[in-house]
Design a protein around this ligand. Structure first.
Ligand SMILES: [Zn+2]
Length: 564
């Protein structure tokens, strides 16, 4: 089976190869199709089976034929033909910072340079000096860039949870610069995209030079690539590129809008502006030469007749039409999360652990915390909290925070012993994947309601059995970064099929861990409102936790436990 990500990756490679071969319009068409496919909430195979590939934005007759061939055979003759025409190293050249397709093509066709190592040698031998278009400054940039690649593989996109803390420390450092007024991170990080290519940071400030000096001195910065009057580009120690722009206050909102993207969202916004006789760019919204908006993002959208669109929705998936008629969903927000469904104690918990949980919950105004007190594998406990801790925990309401014991069950949910659950005081079960094989439906009704499926993740395809189990039990799936949670694409599929989502909060994760913030971004990206997220409700043991209008079915009915 070929995944959507693989197909998107193949189309993007075709775009790169076409660029290198000097094609002018085709590459952008392939890139657009790749972006659409990457964002699909459903497997391509299904769409192909219905004969609807051409309903995907940007996928016309030619591209749909190639996608179908890929799905059918796992390979693509067209791609092989293109690869045969371009040496592999030339593609790598194109991924060097500061080298676009045009430059890579010139290296290859005019100078016979077929890879980063050869570029490095050519620069050392002075072969670029005096060549038109390569000033000394450009050459020294290229020397640095090709050297980087020579020593380590050039990073591509990084997972958002790795970029998030870096962005946080950059923002904090910039806020501390006295001449800086406003600071914002734009780009795909702000949209909570699962992976981030680089960081876009915007500030308003009195003296850009002082801001750049402070920025360049950050311990995270490995190298300054470029400094202009209003922009500085640096590379962080981990290879992530950061563009810092100083913008004028009157254009701050317009710049934030522009650099947040996505590209497709902005393209559609610009065409809407044209229809209205306006022009929109990174400096503002203009009628003729007059700037009519730009100070805030709200102003920019309002000038175009639109409600402000949350960044997580800016993917050209119909959000602009929705904003025009006031139909945007009211996305779930952090203060609406009033419970945590999945907190772990350390393997040998100390006496202060419950206090720590209560304090963390109080800090976030979280009123109930589900604490895992045991894990059951094959019907037998593989771990359980010490009995003295259970006494302290059972139904404990401390300073307005209720601690709710929960048990994780691997494999058949009905294999867990009801008497053991009573001894543990467990009020609900958390389904976790068996070590081998897929999730399966419980053989009988489990002895306690199943609230959550956790420690599970993967593609839309891999998620199918998990979603079926969650639906059957009226349980939520856990969304967030990392391999043990589901991303925004699966979250959207779940939401649209009536499966609730659970968002990890800071209570369940170590201090400074970006999981909670990123997870909230993912569910918002999936279009989730308060009603779609289970932990926007209090976690009461005796209260029906079914979602409003989505009552739990037989397997999940809380009365299952009371009947014992
Ligand atoms: Zn767990």
């Amino acid at each position: 089976m070929v995944s959507n990500t693989e197909v998107a990756g193949t189309l993007a490679e075709i775009a790169d190869l076409l660029d290198l071969l000097g094609e002018r319009f085709k590459p952008e068409a392939y890139r657009r199709a790749a972006r659409s496919i990457e964002a699909l909430p459903e497997g391509l195979e299904k769409i192909a089976a219905r004969g609807e590939l051409q309903s995907i934005p940007g996928v016309g007759e030619a591209i749909s034929g190639k996608v179908a061939e890929l799905l059918r055979s796992g390979s693509l003759a067209y791609l092989e033909r293109l690869r045969a025409q371009v040496p592999a190293g030339v593609l790598e050249l194109m991924r060097l910072p500061g080298v676009g397709p045009k430059t890579a093509r010139r290296f290859w066709t005019e100078l016979g340079i077929e890879g980063p190592a050869q570029l490095s040698q050519a620069i050392a031998a002075g072969r670029l000096s005096g060549v038109k278009g390569f000033a000394e400054k450009k050459i020294s940039q290229l020397r640095a860039a090709s050297g980087v690649v020579g020593s380590a593989p050039l990073p591509g996109r990084v997972p958002i949870e790795q970029a998030w803390p870096l962005a946080g420390s950059i923002v904090e450092a910039l806020r501390a610069v006295p001449t800086v007024h406003e600071v914002a991170v734009a780009g795909s990080l702000r949209r909570a995209r699962e992976t981030v290519g680089d960081l876009d940071v915007l500030v308003t400030a009195d003296r850009p030079e002082a801001v750049f000096d402070a920025f360049s001195r950050l311990p995270e910065v490995r190298e300054v690539r470029l400094r202009g009057p209003t922009k500085e580009t640096v590379v962080l120690a981990r290879g992530l590129q950061v563009d810092l722009r100083v913008v004028e206050p009157e254009a701050f909102g317009a710049a934030l809008q522009y650099f947040t993207g996505s590209k497709d969202h902005n393209v559609r916004l610009r065409s809407l502006a044209r229809e209205l006789g306006l022009k929109v760019n990174e400096y503002g919204v203009y009628r003729g030469d007059e700037r009519v908006a730009g100070r805030t993002e709200q102003d920019v959208y309002r000038a175009l007749g639109l409600a402000w669109i949350p960044p997580e929705l800016r993917e050209d998936q119909g959000e602009i039409a929705d904003a025009a008629v006031g139909r945007l969903p009211r996305l779930v927000e952090a203060p609406e999360l009033v419970s945590e469904l999945h907190a772990h104690l350390s393997p040998s918990p100390g006496s202060r652990e419950l206090e720590r949980l209560v304090a963390a919950a109080r800090l976030r105004s979280i009123r109930a915390v589900g604490v895992v007190v045991a894990r059951v594998r094959g019907g037998k406990p593989s771990w359980a909290a010490p009995p003295e801790m259970l006494d302290g925990l059972r139904g404990l309401t401390n300073q307005g925070v209720r601690l709710v014991p929960a048990v994780e069950v691997e494999g058949d949910l009905s294999s867990v012993d009801g008497d053991a659950l009573v001894a543990w005081g467990a009020e609900y079960l958390i389904a976790v994947p068996p070590e081998e094989g897929p999730f399966s439906a419980p053989a009988r009704r489990p002895p306690a309601p199943v609230r959550l499926v956790a420690h599970a993740g993967g593609s839309v395809e891999a998620a199918r059995p998990v979603l079926e189990l969650a639906r059957a039990c009226a349980a939520a799936i856990e969304v967030g970064p990392g391999v043990e949670r589901f991303d925004s694409i699966v979250a959207r599929v779940a939401r649209e099929s009536g499966v609730a989502l659970a968002v990890p909060t800071e209570v369940g994760t170590p201090a400074g861990d970006p999981t909670a913030a990123v997870a909230l971004g993912f569910v918002r990206r999936a279009g989730a409102t308060r009603e779609d997220v289970l932990n926007t409700q209090e976690l009461g043991g005796r209260v029906d936790l079914g979602l409003p209008g989505k009552g739990p079915n037989a397997l999940g009915r809380p009365s299952g436990r009371r009947r014992r």
